[in-house]
Design a protein around this ligand. Sequence first.
Ligand code: AKG
Ligand code: FE2
Length: 269
Amino acid sequence: MDLTAHKTELWTTGITVLPNVLSSTGVLELQSKLEEPFSKQISYLRLKPENNQKLQCLFNADIERYLAAAKLAQHTPALHAIGSSQIIIDLVSELGLESPVISTRPVVHIVGNGLAVPEGYQGTPSHQDWRSVQGSLDSLVLWLPLTRHDRAFWPLEVARFSHRLGLLEAKPHEFGNAISEEKLAGVPFTQVIAHPGDVVAFSMFMAHRTGRSKGAGVRWAASFRYNNMLEPTFVTRGFPNPYIYKPQFDLIDDNFPDVHLLNRFFDKN
Ligand SMILES: O=C(O)CCC(=O)C(=O)O
Ligand SMILES: [Fe+2]
């Protein structure tokens, strides 16, 4: 695929939609895999989801397990495999990042009415990803819709050309941060139309947010982030990385595992 026109559109407007980069069935299969941690907890709790509303069922029964399943879904190997696949890395370099490096772990976005975590956030407010990643100037987000909907449903909304406004002032928000309202006064947001298999690429400086929708259903998407190792300011700044990855050292379950239980487990393996 010749990406010259997409590359121009990306850096001129801040965003481009690349249709049918991946097979739609492959992407829908990925979405089913991402659902497995939820299914496993549902069967463990012997829940009986109505109308296949698995996520809602687990959410209503045990929000902690719901959140843990959502977190675990982000550790699904097939998700990481897509973000590191040759087709995706080639695409990122053809869009202008000469030497792509992964800047953050993949994120799975799950939104739907009835899934709002109390004191959490549901969908993102207006933000620029650059504020949390702080990498190369050409850093890029790839956003992949994972579910098919017959109308715009919790769509990604973008402020085209806003990457040219620079890094905008932001205020703290449950999500992390949100661009201050006054900075976006008069800046129009439009819905992105994309389907499973398509890849939406946008500059980390482009303002975007989750559009709201009414009605039942769950919208899934995955996003991947890349820096360009060779971008001169990234090199000069010494490859900054604001992410801190560390465990909590207190035991989550006191006295687990009991040594007898552990040995019975090893005996069976
Ligand atoms: O999926 C969404 O609605 C938000 C996506 C987003 O903010 C991102 O991928 O950076
Ligand atoms: Fe974002």
